[in-house]
Ligand binder design. Sequence first.
Ligand code: APR
Ligand code: ZN
Ligand code: ZN
Length: 355
Amino acid sequence: MRGVILRETGKPVEVTDELAVRPPGPGEVRVRLRAAGVCHSDLSMCEGRLPARLPLVPGHEGAGVVVELGPGVSGPPVGTHVILSWIPPCGSCALCLGGRPNLCVSVRPPSSTVTVAGEPAHAGLGVGCFAEETVVDARAAIPIPDDVPFDVAAVVGCAVLTGVGAVINTAEVRPGSSVLVIGCGGVGINVIQGARLAAAAPVLAVDQVPEKLEAARAFGATHVATPDELGDAVRELTGGLGFDYAFEVVGRPATIRQAWQATRRGGTTVVVGAGSRDDLVTFNAAELFATERRLTGCLYGSGDVRTDFGRLLRLWRAGRLDLEGLISRRITLDEVGEAFTAMGSGDVIRSLVMF
Ligand code: APR
Ligand code: ZN
Ligand code: ZN
């Protein structure tokens, strides 16, 4: 089958016809991809900023159709439309039972499910969506209604759950709270529309690319600023006190520090961006103790994919989340490399590979 492969970190991705998936084993299903979004974490893996096993089939924001069940697998049945979850909750570990399935401790990197020219390769984050087919843990294939378009379904699989979930699950933002969002890409735009959903105000969006700020306004930011203007905006909008909530959606030490510094006493900084383990962020002991600010990570929107994908799709159906508007370009597998480059440009929120 056809798919994207990364052979060496830091090198461009290649497209090949020499991929093959092995048959699904016990506990697994085979899924035919129909749409897959290009997320910054894919690029970070290809650049070596996030860990990945090579050769890698990237792509972790996908939707498709179940085409084969492994031995003894009871479902979802062949023909079911699914969103792929890059964290398949086991349902029985202490964290799953404790209501934190995004932190499931049973998630292990699966054995190689895919080969390139007969040699073992690895499906990115266990799902490897930039290929025509993938073999995944059956618990990673989350059923959705048949009438949801696959492109809309795909973006729910990472950007929407991560961004909206950061607001409604991780931070539990209350109406009227002030919110800062640093980074207005595919994920950040969903933090902004999550803040709109939560009736936050004001919502300040920060990005260095002017077109991203226009998109931020369209998705619900009440105010926008470039990084240089952030200091002034904090003074104007919060009287210098800082925001109730500050979301960092870039994944860099400098922006994490900016988010923290713009958080008010007793407020909460949420790190949504996926940073590298080589990046260090510095806090002095006094500021941690004396200002009672909270600092929290956010993995996959602190969500439960088994219920949250459906919840987000219901909000979309009711017109409360704009998912079509996230999709700027529909591309083929051949254009994934260009989509990585386009991510930095102004006119793309999400590029979607259509199969
Ligand atoms: N200050 C403000 N905005 C910045 C800065 C900065 N210093 N550096 C980059 N940005 C903006 C970019 O202009 C872009 O709009 O951050 C945005 C990042 O968006 P995308 O590249 O579309 O990335 P996205 O897929 O949204 O992911 C964002 O979340 O899941 C993680 O790994 C992912 O860390 C990444 C983050
Ligand atoms: Zn992602
Ligand atoms: Zn678990």
